[in-house]
Write a protein that binds this ligand. Sequence first.
Ligand code: NAD
Length: 452
Amino acid sequence: MQIINPATEEMSEIPETPLAAIPQQLDRAKEAQLLWRTLSVAERAAVLLPLAGSIAASKAEFARLIAEDMGKPIASGLGELRRVTTGIEYLCQKAPEWLAHEITDAGREAGYIEYAPLGVIGVITPWNGPVWLSVIGLIPSLLAGNAAIYKPSENSLRTGITLAQYFQCLRGLPEGLVQLVVGGKSHGRAVVESGVAMVALVGSTAAGKDIMRTCAADLKRVSLELGGLDSAIVLKDVDIQSAAQKIVRIHCTNSGQVCCSIKRVYVECQVYSQFVQEAVAEAQKVRVGNPLDDVDMGPLAGAFQLQKVETAVADAVQKGAQVLTGGRRLERKGFFYPPTIVTAITNDMTLMNSEPFGPVLPIMPVDDWTEAVRLTNSTRYGLTSSIWTKDANLARTIASHLDVGVVGFNAHGVPPLGAPWGGAKESGIGRTRSKEGLREFCNVKFVRIPAS
Ligand code: NAD
């Protein structure tokens, strides 16, 4: 496979897995899983836990790989790796409790619930958080007693391959338990069509739909963490300067390439002009440059991302949008695109209906929060949303009207570990990073205990 450094456009090649090898990989994973499932959850956690330490010890190497693969600045890469190590530690610590047998007394007959493994899980991941979004599929799969066939993104291959090697080197992990498939979409499809028991995808809504259609044929289980078109709802009582600065910074994280990035802002009309002014000023302060340097934003992950963003902006401009800052790729090598603020937005613009996945922030005035809720709920997505106000009671009321998986209050995005993570509508099916998430990788088996 050809890989391209998005900051320098340097090319290199990595051999892909022959498609014909996947059935054998599945067989090896199945065999290893028979051994792995005999371990208790605590024993599995003890085998997996050292991964946190080995990733922490290699964080500089990993952060550089991430930067060269998909353009994330080193400081953000190190932030991702901190989340990875705490995430592994947290899940390994909690799993024995969350997956313990639960005694129930169902009336006349007692019994217990066993959180049993499913078999081999196809873990298919994207490039935008290449270590974290892989670990969050692999660790729960393994803690629950499953094996995994891991297919990292074709756009962050070197990171994915290195992570797989770290898993495979874990002492006590049966050989073959984690199988690596190197390739693109067709390899993802081949994993889905193989005899895996479940597919855990983090990726686009289009991929999620395709996978679900295939899995329907033999009722394979799916966990789908998909795209979003998340809104921030800004009310007139809030500190506008501070809200605008935070919203722009959140939006620019990872060059706008985050599933739960703020992708639409609805501002009460009384404070709209002030908000726009502050947002433009903040966007112009964002330092864009080589991800190996001290910058806020690196390049987009590749030419495919640049094209998506340019197309969405051109469509908006053609339909009457005003670009107040940014709006044009940087004239240098690499796929750099600056923070872009757009106003005079109409709901028929592409960026208001499908995820642009880049640093383009549309801001729209609304009469009141009810209009913001109606517009937020009007798209097919439902990942997260946030409410910016001083009024916590009103925020609760607004939250109850939003059709999304997570709502933020003067904050946006991923909640702390342990809170269920996932989307509503076309943003996904299932929850991860929590008790609910871990149990999705299990067969919830009820064992009837005969009365003695
Ligand atoms: P993508 O869907 O193009 O690819 C994701 C992975 O799926 C890759 O490994 C790819 O090879 C594979 N794939 C693609 N189509 C497939 C198919 N039909 N069958 C099997 N495998 C297939 O997404 P991407 O560009 O890598 O990532 C960006 C997307 O991921 C965005 O939509 C973003 O919002 C979403 N995302 C969601 C979350 C979340 O938690 N909800 C987190 C991160 C990213």
